[in-house]
Design a protein around this ligand. Structure first.
Ligand SMILES: Nc1ncnc2c1ncn2[C@@H]1O[C@H](COP(=O)(O)OP(=O)(O)O)[C@@H](O)[C@H]1O
Ligand SMILES: [Mg+2]
Length: 406
């Protein structure tokens, strides 16, 4: 994978009437990467893919492929192919004829068709099955025929819209791996659309998270998980517990945070989302400004306050389950410890997943080693249990980094 952009999407918006399906989306796709567009249903993923393929035109913005304007090119003039959710193959044609179809339409010579079809069948591991009809193939094999049909055209860009969503769970896992291997061997840039975060995390080199037509974050799977910009992204890419923040400010290089559920905390700046460029500095009397008062500060007062104000209305402190520990006795030295009771414990092989019910609050999920889980099991449902964690494992996030800033 290299860093040169093969595709540049610049300030692209798409309106259907007054409805904005995409709003000011800018991103680069690098040559040779698997790029995922991830987001809930209706967030604009397919619209962006259709704009790339040429079946939709952007209402605003620029679209470049290899630094050339793509917008005026008709779909069939773009070196871009699309694989749809339902892998369409012609049922009455042999595998070979299916794969050869697009090249025949282009008037490619017979000998070239033969060699390119053979090459494509080899790439998808269907060598020797060229004379079969689709109904003589398994579901997974039929999908590989559909892939071979587009690979044979040697596109610059291959677009895949929810390519695995029609498969059952086991086949889906196997095909994920195959897609990654296939992409590595052919070297074509893949743009894959999915609403399934685990699929995007497993397959993609980089992921663009979209919501409500807006780009929320573009990052590697690990960055999205460890450094989400806001609570929406944090929650979309994996389980996370969020606590409402009452006030946050910086004092002596540490972030001082208060909330209704947790004790007052001093956190290292590393917990802060990149969307929060800065926090206000606490006043010299040690009195911290509340979120409400920050919101009412005139913008001119300090740049830091202005940026926090525009970045978010509301902040949360968040912690992922793998950072939460559980103990039957009160932990001697933990930054945060909350007393609750044991809910469900689910055995998961190497570890167990424990629900800790905290009075009147949504329960916390902790991932505990099986040795520790046994004691919790023995104590039984409803027994008192302490959930505890290290403050620096938390994240300080705006609820929605794109509110107000776009
Ligand atoms: N041709 C269209 N006319 C009107 N609205 C559309 C059209 N295509 C998509 N939309 C709307 O735009 C939004 C984004 O759609 P889409 O890109 O298909 O979402 P996704 O693929 O992320 O599920 C949806 O609210 C959808 O209803
Ligand atoms: Mg879609």
């Amino acid at each position: 994978m290299t860093d040169n952009p093969i595709v540049s999407i610049r300030h692209v918006s798409k309106y259907f009437g007054k409805f904005a399906a995409l709003e000011d989306v800018s991103l680069d796709i690098h040559a040779g990467e698997i790029f995922a567009l991830l987001g809930p249903s209706g967030c604009g993923k397919s619209t962006l893919l259709r704009i790339l393929s040429g079946f939709e035109t952007p209402s605003e913005g620029e679209l470049l492929l290899d630094n050339k304007d793509l917008v005026p090119l008709k779909p069939n003039k773009r070196p871009i192919n699309m694989v749809f959710q339902s892998y369409a193959v012609f049922p009455h044609m042999t595998v070979e004829d299916n794969v050869a179809y697009g090249l025949k339409m282009e008037g490619v010579s017979k000998s070239e068709i033969t060699s390119r079809v053979n090459e494509a069948l080899e790439q998808v591991h269907l060598t020797g099955l060229g004379q079969r009809k689709p109904n003589q193939l398994s579901g997974g094999q039929r999908q590989r025929v559909a892939l071979a049909r587009v690979l044979v055209k040697k596109p610059r860009l291959l677009l895949l819209d929810e390519p695995l969503s029609a498969l059952d769970a086991k086949l889906r896992d196997a095909m994920r791996l195959e897609l990654v291997k296939l992409q590595e061997s052919v070297g074509i840039t893949f743009v894959i659309v999915t609403h399934d975060q685990s699929e995007a995390m497993a397959i993609a080199d980089r992921i663009a998270v979209l919501n409500d037509g807006k780009l929320r974050q573009l990052a590697t799977p690990a960055e999205l998980y460890q450094r989400p910009v806001d609570a929406f992204v944090a929650d979309f890419v994996g389980k996370i517990h969020c606590f409402d923040v009452a006030s946050a400010s910086i004092e002596n290089e540490l972030i001082q945070v208060t909330s209704s559920t947790l004790p007052p905390l001093s956190l290292p700046p590393s917990v802060m989302s990149s969307a929060l460029h800065s926090l206000p500095v606490a006043s010299s009397g040690g009195v911290q400004q509340t979120q409400q008062s920050i919101g009412r500060q005139p913008r001119s007062q300090t740049d830091a306050i202005g940026r926090l104000d525009s970045a978010s209305g509301k902040l949360v402190l968040a912690i992922r389950p793998e950072h939460i520990s559980a103990s039957l006795s009160e932990p001697a030295s933990a930054d945060v410890s909350l007393l609750g009771s044991i809910g469900d414990i689910a055995f998961q092989g190497q570890h167990s997943i424990l629900e800790i019910v905290i009075d009147g609050k949504p329960s916390l999920t902790a991932i505990v080693e099986n040795a520790a889980a046994q004691a919790l099991h023995n104590a039984g449902f409803g027994s008192p249990v302490w959930a505890y964690w290290t403050a620096s494992d938390m994240l300080l996030l705006p609820e929605n980094a794109s509110n107000g800033s776009n």
